[in-house]
Design a protein around this ligand. Sequence first.
Ligand SMILES: [Mn+2]
Length: 468
Amino acid sequence: MKRLLLLFAFLITINQVQSQENLPTDYLSKEFHKGRREAFRALMPANSVAVIFSYPERVFSKDINYNYHQNPDLFYLAGYKEPDGVLLLFKENQGSDEKYNEVLFVREKNANREMWTGRRLGTDGAKSKLGFSTAYNGKDFKDFAIDFQKFDKIIYDKISTDLGKDKSGFDLFGLLETFKTKAGITTENEASLELFRTITNSLREIKTPEEMVLMRKTVKLSCVAHNEVMKAVGPDMSENEADGIHAYIHKHYGAEGEGYPPIIGAGANGCILHYGENNATKIDNQLLLMDVGSEYHGYSADVTRTIPANGKFTEEQKAIYQLVYDAQEEVFKICKEGTPIQDLNKKSKEVIAAGLIKLGIITDPADVKIYYPHGCSHFLGLDVHDKGNYMGSLKENMILTVEPGIYIPANSKCDKKWWNIGVRIEDDILIKKNSYENLSAESPRKWDEIEKLAAQKSTFNEMKFPKI
Ligand SMILES: [Mn+2]
């Protein structure tokens, strides 16, 4: 028996996990990531090194982790999607014969581990699939000949401090400890963090043509999902079921999932900005606020539509809805190169303040923040709240959201006919030289167009499941 078990263990270790088949064909290419590293290097000061780590894995339940999500900066620069990796980027060529200016450390291939937790690229994959000429296993970082002291600047991001270490010593915890020891880092150097942010902000705020293909796709399929839910929804549907329709459609079109936890809030729940329980069993005859966007090959959409579950806006709902719509339209008008980004928020606040005064909901324009407490716009891309310089001006090929909203919870100091109305309309806007393109225009925003679409039947209305 013992011999049999040994043989079994042996077979597992020599048995290589087969390479994956039928993968999507539209992932970003290794040339894209290489180009991003070159762009990053061009912004590095002389005699500097940048160090970028994988995100940590996080526990979902005891010995089960959440689905892993890579650090978007590392994905952007390397295309590496696994945990326990670190990228070194050098401004100048390194080595005695000056033959490399970047090194990627990856998880070591391990047939037994791969059978349990999935395929690993390993160093060969890092070379053939990601295009690195110099790649090592994480365990080699410790003995890797690098004198961090010789650099004028070490550029790195905030270091995670809440990590458990595994027994190997070569996981993310081990890599970070090795880095801190080698680089002599005791407390984080603010200047190094700042420089990292400046460089990644200036690169990631402008989308390349390759990124635009994925951005258009993720926004488009998110619009299809919003439109289908508009048709399918009714007072008897649960928030969670509406959530499920979005998720199904995202995956139908090849998205990995959502770019952020979906917000599906009916009535009072729609007045909670980052509502995430989505557990009301019935939407009833209320407004349904849906802030949902897919993540497609790393890129997030961020679309919000607010719809009446019974297909018709009440007069009060319509008045609030129209005001949010008008604010959005006014902001669109200044969406072009050169506009200070802070002006988008200012403009939307002005329009909504004037409208709320007109409706008798507030008297002092400063009180607009009671009912519209968030900003109007953020960058969108690999992160749903993407990197970029928020104090700068709009530039061609930036993508930002425009998302004004009004939320009037019960017991607000206004006529109770307005209570429990929460409206946000959010679109994903591509900035051009003298204009903009609304990437999410395929999902209707006008109240009458929403009512028209809501009157249609959805495929999901025909689905029958057994009673349990
Ligand atoms: Mn948003």
